[in-house]
Design a protein around this ligand. Structure first.
Ligand SMILES: *Cc1c(COP(=O)(O)O)cnc(C)c1O
Length: 529
C-alpha cells in the first residue's frame, strides 16, 4: 500500500480500519492476534445456568394448565413461588441453590411479593406476553435499580428515585436517546455539546450527522497525566451556551475513570450552568474499584447508560439500561420550551397519551424507540430483561459489602493482561485506582523515542503515514490493534484491548510491537549510512 492509499484509509472510522487490518492479517498469517476488539473472551456462567433451569421450570409449570404434546398453556401466578421452591434440588444442584438464594434475597431484602416476582421471572423467560409495562417490567426495575446503586453509585442511595428503560444494549440506548433529545428540541441544530475525548467513536460520529449539526466542545484527556482529564478542562462547561455533555466514564479508549477532583468540579459546574444535560456511558464502571458515576454526583442533570455486555461477556444478548432520576432537568426543560415548540411536541405524543405534556422524557424515549405508533409493543424482549435481572442478582445476592468474587475475577483477568503488556514493552504501569485496564493506549512515537532516541523518532514520525505502523503490524506481524486517531487522539496512539485474547497473548503482542519497531530502526540505520 502506498502513502496516498494509506492517507485515504485514515479517513475511515476506527472500526472500519480495524476490519481492513484484520483482512490483511488473515491473508498472511495462519495465526494472528486480534486485540482490536472490546468484546470480552469470558462469560458469566451462573446467571446463564439459572436462566436455563428457570426455563425448564417454566415449561413444566405451563403444562399444568394445558398439556397436549408440544402445546402447553400459561403458568398460573397463584402459588408459583411454592411450586418453584418444591422444584429446586438444592442439595445436588448449585444452580438451584443460587435460585433459592434469589428467592430469599428478593423476599427478605427487597420485600417483593413472592408469587408476583416468580411469575414475572418465569413468564419473562418463557416470553409469552408483550413487555408490560413496556418501559421495563415492575420487579425488574426494582432489582436493576439496586444493582446500579450497588455497583456504580459508591454509597449514594438513589435506587428508589431512579427510573429505568431496558434497551437492546448500550448501543440502542445511545441511538434512542439522541433521537428523543432532538425530537423534543432539547438539542437543536447548531447547539454546542461537549464531549470528553478521546471517546468511543459513535459519540464522535453521531454529532456530525446532518440531522443534528452539533458543534462539539472537547474536553481533552491529558496523555502526560495518565490520560486523566484535568479538572480545569471542565471549566469550559460553565458557559451556558453549552447544552449537553456526553461522557464515557471510565473512558474508552483510555480506560480511566474520573477521579474525585473531577466529580467535585462537575458539581461546581452544574451550579453555574444548571441546565446542563449530562449523558454518561458507564459501561466500564465495574472494572474500577470504588467507582463513582457522575449520575450519583449530579443526579438531576444526568442520564446514565449501562450495559451488561462487557462485564458478563454478553454482547450477543444485547442488554442495556437507560437510567434517569424521577426529578430531572430533561423533564423541566421540556416544560420550559417556548409555547409554539411545546405545542408541536405535544402534538407528536398526543397519539399515545391524553395529557402529552405530562409524559416524562423517559417515556418519550420509549415511545420514540418504536416511532410512537408502536409504543404499545415497545420494550426490550422479556427474556432479555430477565437475563439482565439474573446477571444483576449474581451480584446482589452475593455482594458482601462492596466485594463480588465474579467482578474481582474480571478485574484480575484484565489487570494481568495489562501488566504483561506494559512489562513486555518496558512502559511504566499505571496502577492507580482510576485505571480500569480494559484497554491500554500506547504512544508509538514515544516508545520509538524511549527505545532508539529522538532522531529516530523524528524520522519515524515524518517518513510514514501514521497508520503505516498498524498496517505493517497486522500484515507482517499478525497483530491487529486499533488506531486511536479515530477516537480523537493525536496520531501515533494505538489501542490494545485487554478483553479478548488468551492471557498469554499479551506478552506476544509486546514482543511483536518491539520487533516491528526494530525493523523501522534498522531501515533508518541503513538510510543513515
Ligand atoms: C461496548 C460499548 C458500548 C456498547 O454496549 P452494548 O451494550 O454492547 O451495545 C457502549 N458504550 C461504550 C463506551 C462501549 O465501549
Amino acid at each position: 500500500m502506498d502513502a496516498d492509499q494509506e492517507k485515504a484509509l485514515q479517513k475511515l472510522g476506527a472500526f472500519e480500519i480495524s476490519s481492513l487490518m484484520l483482512k490483511l492479517a488473515k491473508k498472511n498469517n495462519h495465526k494472528f492476534l486480534n486485540a482490536g476488539k472490546g468484546n470480552p473472551n469470558w462469560i458469566n456462567t451462573k446467571a446463564r445456568l439459572a436462566f436455563a433451569r428457570l426455563s425448564e421450570f417454566g415449561i413444566l409449570d405451563s403444562q399444568r394448565t394445558i398439556n397436549r404434546g408440544d402445546l402447553a398453556g400459561y403458568i398460573e401466578k397463584n402459588g408459583i413461588y411454592d411450586r418453584l421452591n418444591a422444584f429446586l434440588d438444592v442439595k445436588n444442584n448449585p444452580t438451584d441453590q443460587f435460585i433459592m438464594d434469589i428467592l430469599n434475597y428478593t423476599s427478605n431484602e427487597l420485600k417483593l411479593d413472592q408469587d408476583d416476582f416468580v411469575a414475572e421471572l418465569t413468564n419473562g423467560i418463557i416470553g409469552n406476553t408483550y413487555p408490560t409495562p413496556n418501559r421495563i417490567l415492575k420487579n425488574a426495575e426494582i432489582i436493576l435499580n439496586k444493582y446500579l446503586e450497588s455497583t456504580l453509585y459508591n454509597g449514594e442511595r438513589l435506587a428508589d428515585s431512579t427510573q429505568l428503560f431496558a434497551t437492546e444494549g448500550g448501543t440502542a440506548a445511545i441511538v434512542y436517546l439522541f433521537h428523543s433529545l432532538a425530537e423534543n428540541y432539547l438539542i437543536k441544530p447548531g447547539d454546542k455539546i461537549a464531549i470528553n475525548t478521546p471517546i468511543f467513536t459513535p459519540y464522535l460520529q453521531i454529532p456530525k450527522l446532518n440531522d443534528y449539526e452539533l458543534v462539539e466542545v472537547k474536553l481533552q484527556a491529558n496523555p502526560k497525566n495518565n490520560w486523566n482529564v484535568d479538572p480545569a478542562e471542565f471549566d469550559k462547561l460553565k458557559d451556558p451556551s453549552i447544552k449537553a455533555l456526553f461522557i464515557v466514564n471510565p473512558t474508552n479508549p483510555a480506560s480511566r475513570a474520573f477521579n474525585t477532583d473531577v466529580l467535585t468540579k462537575l458539581k461546581e459546574v452544574v451550579k453555574e450552568n444548571p441546565n446542563l444535560m449530562i449523558i454518561t456511558d458507564d459501561v466500564y464502571g465495574t472494572f474500577v474499584d470504588g467507582f463513582q458515576t457522575v449520575y450519583s454526583v449530579v443526579p438531576e442533570n444526568t442520564l446514565l447508560i449501562y450495559s451488561f455486555s462487557k462485564l458478563y461477556g454478553a454482547t450477543g444478548w444485547r442488554l442495556g439500561l437507560l437510567a434517569m432520576n424521577k426529578n430531572n432537568i430533561f423533564d423541566r426543560l421540556i416544560h420550559e420550551l417556548p409555547e409554539d415548540v411545546k405545542k408541536k411536541v405535544n402534538q407528536r405524543y398526543s397519539l399515545v397519551n391524553t395529557a402529552p405534556e405530562e409524559l416524562p422524557f423517559i417515556e418519550r424515549v420509549a415511545a420514540d424507540s418504536r416511532s410512537i405508533g408502536l409504543y404499545h409493543t415497545s420494550g426490550l424482549s422479556t427474556p432479555q430483561q430477565m437475563m439482565e435481572v439474573l446477571f444483576a442478582l449474581t451480584h446482589l445476592v452475593y455482594a458482601d459489602g462492596s466485594t463480588d468474587k465474579y467482578i474481582d475475577e474480571c478485574r484480575y483477568v484484565v489487570g494481568k493482561r495489562y501488566s504483561d503488556l506494559v512489562e513486555g514493552l518496558g512502559i511504566k504501569a499505571d496502577n492507580s485506582r482510576t485505571n480500569a485496564k480494559y484497554y491500554t493506549l500506547i504512544d508509538i512515537y514515544q516508545l520509538a523515542e524511549d527505545k532508539y532516541g529522538k532522531d529516530f523518532r523524528k524520522y519515524f514520525e515524518k517518513s510514514f503515514a501514521q497508520i503505516d505502523f498498524l498496517l505493517k503490524l497486522s500484515e507482517n506481524n499478525g497483530v491487529v490493534l486499533m488506531d486511536g486517531v479515530g477516537f480523537g487522539t493525536q496520531s501515533g496512539i494505538i489501542r490494545v484491548s485487554e478483553a479478548n485474547l488468551p492471557s498469554k497473548a499479551y506478552q506476544q503482542i509486546a514482543t511483536k510491537i518491539n520487533e516491528l519497531l526494530k525493523d523501522y530502526y534498522e531501515k533508518y540505520l541503513r538510510l543513515k549510512k
